[in-house]
Write a new protein. Sequence first.
Length: 146
Amino acid sequence: MDEFMQAALDEARLGLAEGGIPIGSVLVHQGKIIGRGHNRRVQKGSTTLHGEMDALENAGRQTAQVYRECTIYTTLSPCPMCSGAILLYGIPKVVIGENQTFLGDEAHLCSRGVELELVNSSECVELMTQFIRDKPELWNEDIGEP
């Protein structure tokens, strides 16, 4: 696992330790992390603070050119909301830890020319599998399921 996916996984574990949903993300520009975050919907009482959204928020305002030179790493396949943000800011590449426990809007990202790289990390799969088993109601809330 490369250093950036490891950083995203560290963020996911931090989120779990805080009582939240274990999904982490980092935004990388020219080989440097400029934003990191994790799903903080529970911790902040937020409707939108998924891991990717938190990483983007923590990167602060950037120019369109910076986003177009970034790669976003996420431990889990990005949902439609996070995929929309990726498209809005023109982030050209997404590195995904796993998509076995949840398949996000990858087809839409691909159709819009975003490069996807799937890591298939057993650590990411294990983390989400255990969380979904332990807290199915919280997981369903996060993905908008009844």
